[in-house]
Design a protein around this ligand. Sequence first.
Ligand SMILES: Nc1ncnc2c1ncn2[C@@H]1O[C@H](COP(=O)(O)OP(=O)(O)O)[C@@H](O)[C@H]1O
Ligand SMILES: [Mg+2]
Length: 254
Amino acid sequence: MARRRQLYEGKAKILFEGPEPGTLVQYFKDDASAANGAKKGIITGKGVLNNRISEYLMTRLSDIGIPTHFIRRLNMREQLIREVEIIPLELVVRNVAAGSLSTRLGIQEGQRLPRSIIEYYYKNDALQDPMVSEEHITCFGWASTQDLDDMVQLALRVNDFLTGLFLGIGIVLVDLKLEFGRFYENEEVRIVLADEISPDNCRLWDSKTGEKMDKDRFRRDLGKVEEGYQEVARRLGILPEAGVRDLKGPELMQ
Ligand SMILES: Nc1ncnc2c1ncn2[C@@H]1O[C@H](COP(=O)(O)OP(=O)(O)O)[C@@H](O)[C@H]1O
Ligand SMILES: [Mg+2]
């Protein structure tokens, strides 16, 4: 079978040219990185699980009217997505203090925030994704005020919905990182949710025990990393029947 053209290889995924113009194939790797690429490793089965988890969450979000790039899952590790012009920002929505918020501001990890807050980071590996303000974003033209407004509204809706969804399966959504892109259609441009939503970019804690079920297990060498991702998938009811073994299925099912 002819190999598709690889367009980009990132830290966790590879993007291939899609079967139709305006589409891409997103391949989920088992590679994990942390501390802006300083720490690297493999989480066996992560790609298979993140592909499923992101499919599931993007589909649920789409059902409540959130525009997303997701079209359909193709196989164990690949999904078909709409190609968008990625806005070079990461929006982090926080409900509970953790990670860099706790470190920078001295707020104890686990403390519930008085309200959900959004932080912006400039997506730039060489600069280690620095935190930026609205002023920087609009001044340097990374996004317009209107784009930013749309992204914030969508991010809050995503956060509200996912908070409820996870709480229903005994998981606290502590924080999550979102990426958005511009999708051009009939001379119109729409902001859509892109990239992935998975334990790689959410903090997910068991609501009873506080146990972490996300990439912090890898970042902080807590052990049982694979088990954390599996538990999230299991509670969502989407653990692949075959387990996380990477069955070498068809490369592309359409
Ligand atoms: N729908 C999309 N269209 C174009 N690019 C996308 C889309 N969704 C995600 N991307 C980009 O694809 C890359 C995904 O691979 P990843 O391994 O996460 O990369 P990175 O190491 O840059 O974070 C990211 O740079 C992300 O911004
Ligand atoms: Mg990424």
